[in-house]
Ligand binder design. Structure first.
Ligand code: C2E
Ligand code: CA
Ligand code: CA
Length: 661
């Protein structure tokens, strides 16, 4: 399969899924960021508020020590202790003097000096400078820098962990901070240990945010999941369409290639014998013309289901173009394979019992290791094409010679138009010599292709191809025009003209105005029609007989000579002589060749000559190579002899020189 074709198929199958997946990812990322920020902001806010509350409480406790002296000591201590009892957040109060010597403590606990981190905080609450000392048993959860509390990462993680737990008990703080606040009062430093619990309900904002985000995420995830699933389904659907044949609803050519390649690759070791089959109904187009395209498609659908029934495991089939079906079948031996193909053809013939249908089948026997399905199928097609139209339900096997023939056919078809334009087709003339005095009595124009790379190409290598593709019509017109031109030149030169015959292929006899067409070509050169002879073959009878008879009659009335070429070759019948009035009978070279040339052949020749004479026809014997043949024909009063004995076909210039009259 060509790369561009593969790319086109890939493109057809491709539905871009990555924007949806990327969208999903971005949405998730966005929500995570929003959630993180909300959590962080909420946590910072909560902690700050709690700290402010604690500082205010601490300041109140510290204020109690403003009047602290030996007289007030007891009452103040009592009051402080009662505060500690009332205020849940106050854990302990300790007082030191200017030299850091203990003055009083509620529980004999003092923070160590190196734990102290002093900063100014909450100037609007109190003028007292506050230091925050981290409790040695607790991790530092935040820093206070320039009046701002910055939550550290561990703290955040801690919060996240707690929020992530399922059985969250809101009555129990999920974390807490125990901090020492140090407030200088007079010459002393009042140190208050604060217990700051943090409850889940403190995070109600964050939790609400979290839940909302969760809902939004869920909505988006569902939305994107639905769109991704939709895409997957549509990819599957379009893949199915790509591999489905629109006429039969079965597998199509692409699917055939895909599955076939896979089967053949698995069969590298040759466990099965595989045969690639091309089976085509002949004259499908005529069927459609008679019964309509819809009926034609129905027929193909029925063919498809009929063949499908015959397909076994590890075999495939698909509809190809027009009325052709491809099959990759396994077989044990050739007889078995042919029997299966014949069975399939038989079954197809039962689809419309009242109509006999013909099929041409090409077979390529796949060798282990071959898995280029397109190439293998092409071989089967070539075999089928080469099998010819005539044979009934023929099965043709591909061989390499067929391939070469097909390649040559393609080359000829590629080059023919250019060749005509570039005058690569050249006219050769072969003389027809009179038996009475051995002088020139006529000539036949035979084409030669002087190809720029292939060199000299004889007509049998391209005429049959042109007859098949219709190019022969152009070539024959060209040859006729060339001969008319040559004759007019020779006429102008004062040469004595002899009739020159040109071959008129059977394909021309489909046009009813053929005679007028020939006249119009010749009349451009103003040469007498009598110097142009038109050779047609009996095979033209197989087409439209009326057109043939009519054309021949018109041509003869216009003064052209008409000859029947190759008489005696192929399906010659005397019947054609009865119906067709012609001027010249060309006896085919076959009569003078072969095993019975000596007796029966010569006897027939003499009888044919006799008959032709009686019908007032001139006789030309073709393919004459020996003196004996010439003598025999002279004796039989054959009029003209064309053959290598006298001369091979030669270029016009050479002919003009050799036969100057
Ligand atoms: P054809 O019309 O029967 O031409 C006679 C063929 O017999 C020529 O072959 C000629 O060279 C060959 N031939 C003549 N004498 C002898 C001989 O003594 N021995 C042998 N072995 N062969 C001899 P050529 O030129 O190769 O042409 C082959 C066929 O190609 C022609 O058979 C004709 O059917 C076709 N053809 C040639 N030129 C044209 C053309 O311009 N138009 C059409 N439609 N067909 C042409
Ligand atoms: Ca001829
Ligand atoms: Ca001939």
């Amino acid at each position: 399969m060509g790369k561009t074709k593969e790319q086109r198929i890939k493109k057809l199958k491709k539905i871009r899924m990555w924007p949806s997946v990327l969208g999903l990812f971005l949405i998730l990322l966005l929500f995570v960021i929003i959630l993180t920020c909300a959590m962080a902001a909420s946590a910072a806010d909560i902690v700050q508020r709690k700290l402010i509350d604690s500082v205010i409480t601490t300041a109140r406790v510290a204020e109690l020590f403003v009047d602290y002296n030996s007289e007030t000591k007891e009452s103040i201590e009592r009051e402080v202790l009662s505060h500690i009892d009332i205020l849940e957040e106050i854990e302990a109060v300790s007082v030191v003097d200017a030299e850091q010597k203990p003055v009083w403590s509620s529980n004999n606990e003092y923070p160590t000096a190196d734990e102290a981190v002093s900063t100014e905080l909450l100037q609007d609450v109190t003028d007292i400078e506050i230091s925050i000392i981290i409790d040695e048993n607790e991790n530092q959860m935040f820093n206070i820098v320039n009046d701002e509390i910055i939550i550290n990462e561990d703290c955040y993680k801690n919060l996240k962990d707690v929020l992530g737990t399922d059985d969250l008990d809101v009555t129990v703080p999920f974390t807490n901070m125990t901090l020492w606040f140090v407030i200088p009062v007079n010459d002393m430093e009042v140190m208050v240990q604060n217990y700051i619990p943090i409850y889940v309900q403190d995070f109600i904002m964050a939790i609400t945010c979290f839940v909302l985000c969760g809902i939004l995420i869920a909505v988006f995830v569902v939305y994107y999941l639905i769109s991704v699933i939709g895409m997957i389904l549509s990819v599957r659907k379009s893949t199915k369409i790509i591999y489905t044949d629109m006429v039969t609803g079965g597998d199509n050519w692409l699917s055939f290639i895909k599955k076939g390649t896979s089967f053949l690759k698995k069969n590298r070791k040759g466990h099965h014998n595989y045969a690639m089959i091309h089976l085509e109904m002949r004259k499908y187009r005529s069927f459609c013309t008679c019964f309509g395209v819809n009926k034609g498609q129905e027929l193909l659908e029925q063919f498809h289901s009929t063949i499908k029934k015959e397909i076994r495991c590890k075999e495939i089939m698909s509809h190809q173009e027009n009325a052709a079906f491809g099959m990759l079948l396994t077989y044990s031996d050739k007889d078995d394979l042919e029997a299966r193909i014949q069975k399939i053809e038989g079954m197809l013939n039962t689809v419309i019992p009242e109509m006999k249908m013909y099929f041409s089948t090409g077979v390529y026997l796949v060798q282990p290791g071959e898995y280029d399905v397109e190439q293998l199928y092409n071989n089967a097609m070539i075999a089928s094409e080469m099998s010819g139209e005539e044979s009934e339900n023929s099965i043709a096997y591909f061989d390499i010679e067929m391939n070469n023939r097909k390649l040559w056919e393609r080359k000829v078809e590629d080059d023919m138009e250019r060749a005509l334009e570039n005058k690569e087709f050249q006219v050769y003339l072969q003389p027809k010599i009179s038996t009475t005095n051995e002088v020139l009595g006529g000539a036949e124009a035979l084409v030669r292709w002087i190809h720029p790379t292939e060199g000299f190409i004889p007509p049998n290598r391209f005429i049959p191809i042109f007859e098949k593709n219709g190019f022969i019509l152009k070539l024959d017109d060209y040859m006729l025009e060339e001969i008319a031109r040559v004759q007019s030149e020779w006429l102008a030169q004062g040469r004595k003209l002899v009739p020159i015959s040109v071959n008129v292929s059977r394909a021309h006899f489909t046009r009813e105005d053929l005679a007028e067409h020939i006249c119009s070509i010749v009349d451009k050169y103003q040469v007498p029609h009598s110097v142009i002879e038109l050779e047609l073959t009996e095979s033209a009878f197989f087409d439209d007989k009326a057109v043939l008879l009519n054309t021949v009659q018109k041509l003869r009335s216009a003064g052209f000579q008409v000859s029947m070429d190759d008489f005696g070759a192929g399906y010659s019948s005397l019947n054609s002589l009865k119906e067709l009035q012609i001027d010249v009978l060309k006896i085919d070279a076959d009569f003078f060749r072969g095993a019975d040339a000596e007796e029966r052949g010569l006897l027939i020749v003499s009888e044919v000559i006799d008959l032709a004479k009686k019908l007032n026809m001139k006789i030309v014997a073709e393919g004459i190579e020996s003196r004996e043949q010439v003598d025999f024909l002279t004796e039989q009063e054959c009029d003209l002899i064309q053959g290598y004995f006298y001369a091979k076909p030669m270029p016009v210039a050479e002919f003009a020189q050799k036969y100057s009259v």
